[in-house]
Design a protein around this ligand. Structure first.
Ligand code: HEM
Length: 456
């Protein structure tokens, strides 16, 4: 590329139209109030204003991308990177050297290191842990008991991620400690995101002390796990081994900080997204008992009277479609952000260098222009002959492109197994203090799900 061609590209971008400003803004706050009040409804109506629209969030201009095709274009383009306020607010937790926040050459090297642990051919090695944890979950429950589904869902999500990716008997006890630390951190991060009081979170009041203690615990735990693995001299074929053996671009071992940040940057998003999705799945099983019955029938047909196992997953097609349809209507990752690293073009509009972009998988996946009976829960829309009618990028709960979730197959396998085990063992009904309305935080999930387990 010559200097002239770069200049030509930049001036071509400068000559393009500005995206329209979305309607409904008010002086000073712009669209901020509506976004804060009901972000799901707000994001869902933006496509009526244009394919790309400008939002005023207080003093800041943000570019919202609303069509499936253009969200795919953003995710696939090298003109945008992971950056912006959402990511900066997560740095305390995710570290600065982890794969979820790195960009450029560092990110490419890190993806090369972690990818093998998530490849489809690596999954069978995790199968017995996924199945054992799914069955242990339902075995903990008693008929008639009221279950706090938030705790139950996050616990199994953390245990599966931790035990599969950092294999070893030392993980059994530590998985619960990681879970306790992450539970405090997740709710604290949510608080910090919705009420960004900055330095006030450093004041040593009990809630801040608890948050800091949980963060310190998590760091200590990760250091202990790394030290134990090294001391054991074992090198199972898992993510931790891949990280411990990874080399940087000069062929030298990667630094201790990077190994540490990587473990946290993989465990944290992995547990939060899966935990939230399990909650949404349990909501679906509660509110659509006919769907739960069909899952139970499928499991019976595939596994007979023995407990459902990892090897059954590929034959549990209806159950997998329930998982996909749940992720369509309740995507754990409901909003994504990017920053333009150059003056560029999107859908015929000018996007200036440094612009922050947002788009919402929730809005895209519920859009009536892409889905008939768009708000209806219909797992059969994922039957092969119907699924091909879905527009490209209208269903990307794991995203696409270089930041695509490395764990899509891993997650689908564990979610399908958990759903199969749970729907076979119990029916569910809301307890009086259950509140299934969406809780919009770093991820999307039901607010407070208290379910009574009923005999099948
Ligand atoms: C990235 C969704 C489970 C690890 C992502 C992204 C999405 C996503 C949408 C892309 C973010 C972006 O484009 O900005 C999900 C969903 C899950 C899930 C819906 C389950 C229902 C997991 C699990 C793990 C994991 C189980 C690990 C154990 C990661 C990591 C990244 C990521 C490390 C960052 C990748 C990168 O930036 O290169 N996930 N995820 N995820 N996910 Fe997942």
């Amino acid at each position: 590329m010559t200097v002239e061609s770069v200049k030509d590209g930049a001036s071509a971008a400068a000559a393009l139209r500005e995206p329209p400003v979305a309607g409904g803004g008010v002086p000073v706050l712009g669209h901020g109030l509506r976004m804060a009040r009901d972000p799901l409804a707000f994001m869902s109506q933006l496509r009526d204003h244009g394919d790309v629209v400008r939002l005023k969030l207080g003093p800041k201009t943000v570019y919202a991308v609303t069509t499936p095709a253009l969200t795919g274009a953003v995710a696939l383009s090298p003109d945008y990177i992971i950056a912006g306020p959402l990511w900066e607010s997560l740095e305390d937790l995710l570290g600065k050297e982890g794969v979820a926040t790195a960009n450029g050459a560092l990110h490419r090297r890190q993806r090369r290191t972690i990818q093998p642990a998530f490849r489809p051919d690596a999954l069978p090695a995790y199968g017995s842990i996924m199945a054992a944890e799914s069955h242990a979950l339902v075995e903990r429950w008693r008929s008639g008991e009221v279950l706090d589904i938030t705790t139950e869902s996050f616990r199994v999500a953390v245990r599966i991620a931790a035990r599969c990716l950092m294999r070893g008997s030392y993980m059994d006890a530590r998985a619960d400690r990681i879970c306790a630390a992450l539970a405090t951190l997740f709710s604290g991060m949510y608080q910090r995101m919705v009420v960004p009081l900055g330095p006030l979170y450093k004041v040593p009041i009990p809630a801040n002390r608890e948050f800091n203690r949980a963060l310190a615990d998590l760091h200590v735990l990760v250091d202990e796990i790394i030290a134990d693995r090294r001391a054991s001299g074992q090198k199972p074929n898992d993510l931790l081994t891949a990280l411990l053996e990874a080399k940087d671009e000069n062929g030298d071992p990667i630094g201790e900080q990077e190994i540490h940040d990587q473990v946290i940057a993989i465990l944290t998003p992995g547990s939060e997204t899966v935990g939230s999705t399990i909650m949404s799945l349990l909501l679906v099983l509660t509110e659509h008992p006919e769907v739960a019955d069909k899952i139970r029938d499928e499991v019976k047909h595939v596994a007979g009277d023995r407990p459902v196992a990892f090897d059954d997953v590929r034959r549990l097609t209806y159950t997998a479609n329930v998982v996909v349809e749940t992720m369509r209507l309740y995507p754990a990752v409901w909003i994504l952000t990017r920053r333009a690293v150059t003056d560029t073009e999107l859908g015929g509009y000018r996007i200036p260098r440094g612009a922050d972009l947002i788009y919402s998988p929730y809005a895209v996946q519920r859009d009536r222009r892409s889905y008939g009976r768009n708000e209806e829960f219909d797992p059969d829309r994922w039957l092969p002959e119907r699924a091909k009618e879905v527009p490209k990028y209208a269903m990307s709960p794991f995203s696409v492109g270089n930041r695509k979730c490395p764990s899509d197959h891993f997650s689908m396998a564990e979610l399908t197994l958990i759903t199969a085990a749970v729907a076979t063992a119990y029916r569910f009904a809301h307890a009086p203090d259950s509140d299934p309305r969406p809780r919009i935080g770093i991820t999307l999930r039901p607010r407070r799900l208290m379910l009574r387990a009923l005999p099948r």
